[in-house]
Design a protein around this ligand. Structure first.
Ligand code: MN
Length: 228
Protein backbone atom coordinates (compact mmCIF):
# COMPACT_ATOMS: atom_id res chain seq x y z
CA UNK A 1 0.00 0.00 0.00
CA UNK A 2 1.31 3.51 -0.78
CA UNK A 3 2.21 5.58 2.24
CA UNK A 4 -0.27 8.45 1.92
CA UNK A 5 -0.38 11.28 4.45
CA UNK A 6 -3.95 10.21 5.33
CA UNK A 7 -6.38 7.55 4.15
CA UNK A 8 -6.91 8.03 0.40
CA UNK A 9 -10.49 8.97 -0.57
CA UNK A 10 -12.70 6.02 -1.44
CA UNK A 11 -13.54 5.51 -5.11
CA UNK A 12 -16.97 6.98 -5.92
CA UNK A 13 -19.15 4.49 -7.78
CA UNK A 14 -22.66 3.78 -9.00
CA UNK A 15 -24.47 0.46 -8.84
CA UNK A 16 -25.33 -1.33 -12.08
CA UNK A 17 -28.94 -2.41 -12.55
CA UNK A 18 -29.40 -6.16 -12.24
CA UNK A 19 -25.75 -6.80 -11.39
CA UNK A 20 -23.32 -6.91 -8.49
CA UNK A 21 -20.87 -4.85 -10.56
CA UNK A 22 -20.06 -1.27 -9.63
CA UNK A 23 -19.32 1.47 -12.16
CA UNK A 24 -16.37 3.52 -10.83
CA UNK A 25 -16.97 7.24 -11.32
CA UNK A 26 -14.09 9.35 -12.58
CA UNK A 27 -15.48 12.76 -13.60
CA UNK A 28 -18.93 14.34 -13.80
CA UNK A 29 -19.59 16.68 -16.72
CA UNK A 30 -22.86 18.57 -17.01
CA UNK A 31 -24.53 20.24 -19.99
CA UNK A 32 -26.29 23.55 -19.41
CA UNK A 33 -29.31 24.91 -21.26
CA UNK A 34 -30.15 21.82 -23.30
CA UNK A 35 -33.95 22.04 -23.45
CA UNK A 36 -35.54 25.07 -25.11
CA UNK A 37 -38.41 25.25 -22.59
CA UNK A 38 -35.94 25.34 -19.68
CA UNK A 39 -33.79 27.97 -21.41
CA UNK A 40 -36.96 30.04 -21.81
CA UNK A 41 -37.94 29.71 -18.12
CA UNK A 42 -34.43 30.84 -17.13
CA UNK A 43 -34.60 33.81 -19.50
CA UNK A 44 -31.69 32.67 -21.66
CA UNK A 45 -31.05 32.32 -25.35
CA UNK A 46 -30.72 29.06 -27.28
CA UNK A 47 -28.70 30.69 -30.05
CA UNK A 48 -25.26 29.15 -29.74
CA UNK A 49 -22.94 27.02 -31.78
CA UNK A 50 -21.84 24.55 -29.11
CA UNK A 51 -23.13 23.05 -25.85
CA UNK A 52 -22.05 24.71 -22.61
CA UNK A 53 -20.50 22.64 -19.82
CA UNK A 54 -19.70 22.71 -16.15
CA UNK A 55 -18.45 19.97 -13.84
CA UNK A 56 -19.16 18.45 -10.44
CA UNK A 57 -16.70 16.63 -8.21
CA UNK A 58 -17.41 12.89 -8.10
CA UNK A 59 -16.72 13.06 -4.35
CA UNK A 60 -19.98 15.00 -3.91
CA UNK A 61 -21.96 12.18 -5.53
CA UNK A 62 -24.93 10.61 -3.72
CA UNK A 63 -26.53 7.36 -4.77
CA UNK A 64 -30.24 7.03 -5.31
CA UNK A 65 -32.03 6.37 -2.03
CA UNK A 66 -29.60 8.38 0.05
CA UNK A 67 -30.83 11.45 1.92
CA UNK A 68 -29.57 14.81 0.71
CA UNK A 69 -28.69 17.22 3.52
CA UNK A 70 -29.94 20.73 2.66
CA UNK A 71 -26.66 22.45 1.75
CA UNK A 72 -25.30 25.53 3.51
CA UNK A 73 -25.00 28.87 1.73
CA UNK A 74 -28.34 28.87 -0.08
CA UNK A 75 -31.98 29.82 0.46
CA UNK A 76 -33.04 28.47 -2.94
CA UNK A 77 -32.03 24.87 -3.61
CA UNK A 78 -33.47 23.67 -6.95
CA UNK A 79 -34.03 20.28 -8.55
CA UNK A 80 -33.02 19.52 -12.16
CA UNK A 81 -33.83 16.03 -13.46
CA UNK A 82 -31.46 14.79 -16.19
CA UNK A 83 -30.54 11.81 -18.34
CA UNK A 84 -27.03 10.64 -17.41
CA UNK A 85 -24.65 9.13 -19.97
CA UNK A 86 -21.86 6.86 -18.67
CA UNK A 87 -18.72 6.61 -20.81
CA UNK A 88 -17.12 3.17 -21.25
CA UNK A 89 -14.31 3.69 -23.77
CA UNK A 90 -11.64 6.26 -24.44
CA UNK A 91 -12.91 8.94 -26.79
CA UNK A 92 -10.95 11.84 -28.20
CA UNK A 93 -12.31 14.05 -30.98
CA UNK A 94 -14.64 11.29 -32.14
CA UNK A 95 -17.24 11.74 -34.82
CA UNK A 96 -20.92 12.04 -33.95
CA UNK A 97 -21.67 8.86 -35.88
CA UNK A 98 -19.19 6.91 -33.71
CA UNK A 99 -20.07 8.59 -30.41
CA UNK A 100 -22.47 5.95 -29.09
CA UNK A 101 -19.66 3.37 -29.28
CA UNK A 102 -18.07 5.20 -26.34
CA UNK A 103 -21.25 5.03 -24.25
CA UNK A 104 -21.30 2.29 -21.62
CA UNK A 105 -24.76 2.96 -20.27
CA UNK A 106 -27.41 5.34 -19.00
CA UNK A 107 -28.93 6.52 -15.76
CA UNK A 108 -31.18 9.14 -14.24
CA UNK A 109 -29.72 11.93 -12.12
CA UNK A 110 -30.48 15.09 -10.21
CA UNK A 111 -28.33 18.16 -10.87
CA UNK A 112 -29.07 19.95 -7.58
CA UNK A 113 -28.46 23.67 -7.86
CA UNK A 114 -28.05 26.61 -5.49
CA UNK A 115 -30.16 28.83 -7.76
CA UNK A 116 -29.58 32.00 -5.74
CA UNK A 117 -25.79 31.62 -6.02
CA UNK A 118 -26.11 30.82 -9.72
CA UNK A 119 -28.07 34.03 -10.23
CA UNK A 120 -25.36 36.07 -8.52
CA UNK A 121 -22.66 34.32 -10.57
CA UNK A 122 -24.48 34.89 -13.86
CA UNK A 123 -25.02 38.54 -13.07
CA UNK A 124 -21.36 39.07 -12.20
CA UNK A 125 -19.95 36.97 -15.04
CA UNK A 126 -18.47 34.66 -12.39
CA UNK A 127 -17.95 30.88 -12.37
CA UNK A 128 -20.85 28.59 -11.42
CA UNK A 129 -18.86 26.28 -9.14
CA UNK A 130 -20.47 27.14 -5.80
CA UNK A 131 -23.91 27.05 -7.44
CA UNK A 132 -23.44 23.66 -9.05
CA UNK A 133 -20.63 21.71 -7.36
CA UNK A 134 -21.20 21.06 -3.65
CA UNK A 135 -21.65 18.10 -1.32
CA UNK A 136 -24.63 16.06 -2.49
CA UNK A 137 -25.16 18.12 -5.65
CA UNK A 138 -25.24 15.06 -7.94
CA UNK A 139 -27.64 12.25 -7.06
CA UNK A 140 -27.69 9.42 -9.60
CA UNK A 141 -29.57 6.13 -9.86
CA UNK A 142 -28.22 2.72 -10.82
CA UNK A 143 -26.83 2.58 -14.38
CA UNK A 144 -28.27 0.41 -17.15
CA UNK A 145 -25.83 -0.92 -19.78
CA UNK A 146 -26.36 0.45 -23.28
CA UNK A 147 -27.00 -3.03 -24.69
CA UNK A 148 -30.21 -3.06 -22.62
CA UNK A 149 -31.29 0.53 -23.39
CA UNK A 150 -31.43 2.38 -26.70
CA UNK A 151 -32.69 5.94 -26.71
CA UNK A 152 -35.93 6.09 -28.64
CA UNK A 153 -38.99 7.93 -27.42
CA UNK A 154 -38.49 7.98 -23.66
CA UNK A 155 -39.83 10.66 -21.40
CA UNK A 156 -38.06 12.17 -18.42
CA UNK A 157 -40.12 12.93 -15.34
CA UNK A 158 -39.66 14.31 -11.83
CA UNK A 159 -42.12 14.41 -8.98
CA UNK A 160 -41.75 16.16 -5.62
CA UNK A 161 -44.00 14.70 -2.89
CA UNK A 162 -45.89 12.79 -5.65
CA UNK A 163 -46.65 15.98 -7.60
CA UNK A 164 -45.26 16.26 -11.15
CA UNK A 165 -42.74 19.07 -11.52
CA UNK A 166 -40.84 18.17 -14.70
CA UNK A 167 -42.10 16.07 -17.62
CA UNK A 168 -40.61 16.08 -21.12
CA UNK A 169 -39.66 13.85 -24.03
CA UNK A 170 -35.89 13.31 -24.15
CA UNK A 171 -36.19 14.09 -27.85
CA UNK A 172 -36.62 17.75 -26.84
CA UNK A 173 -32.92 17.99 -26.04
CA UNK A 174 -31.26 20.70 -28.14
CA UNK A 175 -28.00 18.74 -28.31
CA UNK A 176 -28.51 14.97 -28.69
CA UNK A 177 -26.44 12.40 -26.79
CA UNK A 178 -24.18 11.63 -29.81
CA UNK A 179 -23.67 15.35 -30.42
CA UNK A 180 -22.76 15.98 -26.76
CA UNK A 181 -20.33 13.04 -26.55
CA UNK A 182 -18.66 14.02 -29.83
CA UNK A 183 -18.38 17.70 -28.88
CA UNK A 184 -17.14 17.02 -25.33
CA UNK A 185 -14.53 14.65 -26.77
CA UNK A 186 -13.02 17.59 -28.67
CA UNK A 187 -12.42 19.35 -25.31
CA UNK A 188 -11.41 16.40 -23.09
CA UNK A 189 -10.16 12.90 -23.64
CA UNK A 190 -13.16 11.01 -22.30
CA UNK A 191 -12.38 7.84 -20.40
CA UNK A 192 -14.35 5.02 -18.76
CA UNK A 193 -15.89 6.34 -15.55
CA UNK A 194 -16.75 9.74 -16.96
CA UNK A 195 -20.41 10.70 -16.55
CA UNK A 196 -22.31 13.33 -18.52
CA UNK A 197 -25.48 14.90 -17.11
CA UNK A 198 -27.30 16.04 -20.23
CA UNK A 199 -29.39 18.99 -19.06
CA UNK A 200 -32.88 19.51 -17.68
CA UNK A 201 -36.29 20.36 -19.16
CA UNK A 202 -38.61 23.09 -17.86
CA UNK A 203 -40.22 22.95 -14.44
CA UNK A 204 -37.20 23.43 -12.19
CA UNK A 205 -38.03 24.83 -8.78
CA UNK A 206 -37.19 24.93 -5.10
CA UNK A 207 -37.14 22.01 -2.68
CA UNK A 208 -37.31 22.13 1.10
CA UNK A 209 -36.41 19.92 4.03
CA UNK A 210 -38.76 16.93 4.12
CA UNK A 211 -39.43 16.87 0.37
CA UNK A 212 -39.23 13.51 -1.40
CA UNK A 213 -37.98 13.53 -5.03
CA UNK A 214 -38.54 10.74 -7.54
CA UNK A 215 -37.00 11.04 -11.01
CA UNK A 216 -37.61 8.64 -13.87
CA UNK A 217 -36.81 7.87 -17.48
CA UNK A 218 -38.81 5.05 -19.07
CA UNK A 219 -36.93 1.71 -18.77
CA UNK A 220 -34.13 3.10 -16.57
CA UNK A 221 -33.68 2.80 -12.81
CA UNK A 222 -35.27 5.73 -10.95
CA UNK A 223 -33.43 8.24 -8.78
CA UNK A 224 -34.93 9.04 -5.40
CA UNK A 225 -33.88 11.22 -2.50
CA UNK A 226 -35.27 13.03 0.51
CA UNK A 227 -34.09 16.48 1.55
CA UNK A 228 -33.05 16.43 5.22
MN1 MN B 1 -28.60 20.88 -15.11
Amino acid sequence: MPNYTFDAPTQPFLPVAGSELRYPVRRIFCVGRNYADHVAEMGGSTERDAPIYFTKSPHGLLQSGEDMPYPPGTQDLHHEIELVVAIGAEARAIDRTAALQAVWGYGVGLDMTRRDLQGVAKKGGQPWDTAKDFDGSAIIGALTPAERFQLTEEKIHLSVNDETRQDSPLAAMIWSVPEIVANLSTLYTLRPGDLIMTGTPAGVGPVNVGDRLVGKVDRLEPVTTRIV
